[in-house]
Design a protein around this ligand. Structure first.
Ligand code: NAD
Length: 550
């Protein structure tokens, strides 16, 4: 009897999802330009037609009816490889409507059923890792192994999300005779996600898996510069069993962001990107009563003490400053040498950095690829020139780097660059460059290093290299920065913890992923019940078989 009731309700649910399909996306369907077996392993031929990036509604890849399409360039060649639409007002509204309607059914899926879909999603992400990485190399420019790291760090959030059956457990207590209070956490509704260009897979996956397992639905706006990975991820989620309407992808710039901020059906916003957009989105979204978590810019310092293991330090700082062409929010952009001896080590850092290969992300010999666009390259060069005028010295100059292969002569390449003698007040220290540029500051004591870092407006990551437990302990206690590494250059915590940037690197109260992420995406409800034992009646016949429904 019980099982029949459940079967009927499952059928009703399926019927409700079918209705979500009636929102107006009857325009033409598109296909993804990659598959698990077939994806780019090199830059496209110059005569290739730009690919039209679809939108994703109702588990379908839709061709936008937009009048405005933005070019997507391969940063290694500056060739236009794809186009992305400015989603129309109608499309934006349809996406929010679909997410809002789907929420009412998706939230009622049992947690076991959502967990099962999450397991499958993880499996598909693993299977498609190379395909996702290839799309990232093509649109974003980073090297293929680094692009796989981008996918892996997102995949790890999806894996952790599968633990939702433990992580989302409520609490209950018998508070009086026959009276129990239980506290559970419920999903909020539609979550808007606005993403940056530098981690095309990881950042959408910082929120999406948790959005799904908690029973929320979503409207995602990938960076208009790198939408390809998000499209694949959405399709994989659908393949894993996420029903239509739960995930929607829209595109564009300000109009799309403003819709996500202003539409009352969107209850919370996750944002990762630069300071200007982040502050605007956080302040406007909060004023409209939404929850907002916003990860912003950074200036991450690495402090080296004379008792550090020199080789370990040099390898770490070279990788962390110049890897991904410095386009990581946790890249080391400032080296603080403590004492005279460690200042001498900077020459060896420069030697190693000068040996890094700059080139195409598809070339297995490349250590770093290009910057995202010509504007970023011009800005980085201007900051370097201005900093030298302000008193910094160019120990390693990557500004005149030209790739050996003429195919890449139009790419946005900047070689590893090291500026010594920098300090607050010099542009290279004051501004986030987001390029392979390391500013060096020499101080006399650890106290001076701590004071310098604590005064910096950002608080994303910091690192200390030392062999002294006492120095590490002092540093841990006195440093005001959200993510601290001891002999670890990029201390991004795995997703059983949260991404805990602070000061000017974060706006909001609850960080991405981990317990804070789950709390951000859910709200508590308490239920107090009184059931007296005399109410008990035997209404169901005992079943003799194991239950099979979710
Ligand atoms: P961005 O701020 O230019 O863009 C981020 C998103 O906001 C994009 O989707 C973009 O379309 C939108 N946007 C841009 N300008 C806007 C505006 N004026 N109003 C409304 N929306 C706007 O950032 P980006 O260049 O794509 O990414 C690089 C930045 O992201 C760096 O500052 C980096 O430090 C930061 N970042 C931070 C973290 C972190 O966890 N702290 C992680 C990755 C990147």
């Amino acid at each position: 009897m019980l099982s029949r009731v459940l079967q009927v309700s499952a059928k009703k649910q399926a019927g409700r999802f079918a209705k979500v399909g009636f929102v107006r996306f009857q325009s033409s369907l598109l296909k993804l330009n990659t598959s698990v077996e077939n994806f780019p392993t090199n830059h496209l031929e110059s005569k290739s037609e730009p690919y039209l990036t679809p939108s994703f509604f109702n588990n379908q890849l839709i061709k936008s009816e937009a009048n405005t399409w933005y070019d997507i360039h391969d940063p290694a060649t500056n060739q236009v490889i794809a186009k992305v639409p400015q989603s129309t007002a109608q499309e934006l509204d349809d996406a929010v409507k679909a997410a809002d309607e789907a929420f009412h059914t998706w939230k009622n899926y049992s947690i076991i059923r959502r967990q099962g879909i999450a397991f499958k999603f993880v499996e598909l992400l693993k299977l498609n890792m190379d395909r996702l990485a290839a799309m990232i190399v093509l649109e974003q420019g980073k090297t293929f192994p680094d692009a796989k790291g981008d996918v892996l760090r997102g995949l790890q959030v999806a894996e952790q999300a599968c633990n939702v059956t433990n992580d989302l457990q409520g609490i209950s207590l018998e508070v009086a005779k026959d009276m129990e209070t239980k506290m559970i956490r419920e999903p909020l509704g539609v979550i808007g996600s606005i993403c940056p260009f530098n981690f095309p897979a990881m950042v959408p996956l910082w929120a999406l898996p948790l959005v799904l397992v908690t029973g929320n639905t979503t409207v995602i706006k990938p960076s208009e510069r790198v939408p390809g990975a998000s499209m694949i991820i959405a399709q994989l989620a659908a393949e894993a069993g996420v029903p239509p309407g739960v995930i929607n992808i829209v595109h564009g710039k300000h109009d799309t962001v403003n819709k996500i901020i202003e539409d009352p059906r969107i209850k919370a916003i996750t944002f990762v990107g630069g300071d200007k957009a982040g502050k605007y989105i956080h302040d406007k979204g909060s004023a409209l009563g939404k929850r907002v978590q916003a990860n912003l810019g950074a200036k991450n310092h690495l402090v080296v003490l004379p008792d550090a293991n020199k080789n370990q330090f040099i390898n770490a700082v070279v990788g962390a400053a110049f890897g991904a062409a410095g386009q990581r929010c946790m890249a080391i952009s400032v080296l603080v040498t403590v004492g005279k001896e460690t200042n001498e080590w900077v020459k060896e850092v420069a030697q190693d950095a000068s040996r890094l290969n700059v080139g195409s992300g598809f070339d297995p010999n490349s250590d770093l690829g290009p910057l995202i666009n010509p504007e970023s390259l011009t800005r980085a060069k201007e900051i370097i020139t201005d900093s030298v005028k302000q008193g910094a010295q160019l120990l390693l100059d990557g500004t005149d780097f030209t790739p050996a292969n003429p195919k890449f002569s139009k790419g946005n390449f900047l070689g590893p660059t090291i500026l010594t003698n920098t300090k607050p007040g010099i542009r290279a220290y004051d501004e986030e460059i987001f390029g392979p540029v390391l500013s060096v500051i020499n101080v006399d004591t650890l106290d001076e290093a701590i004071e310098l870092i604590n005064k910096n407006k950002y608080g994303n990551g910091v690192s200390l290299f030392t062999s002294s437990g006492g120095a590490a302990q002092k540093f841990n206690k006195e440093i005001n920065c959200g993510q601290v590494g001891i002999n670890v250059p990029i201390p991004v915590p795995l997703p059983m913890f949260s991404f805990t940037g602070n000061k000017g690197s974060f706006l909001g109260d609850l960080n991405f992923y981990g317990k804070a992420g789950l709390t951000f995406l859910t709200q508590p409800k308490t239920i107090t019940s009184l059931w007296k034992p005399e109410n008990v009646e035997e209404i169901l016949k005992p079943s003799t078989s194991m239950p099979t429904q979710h």
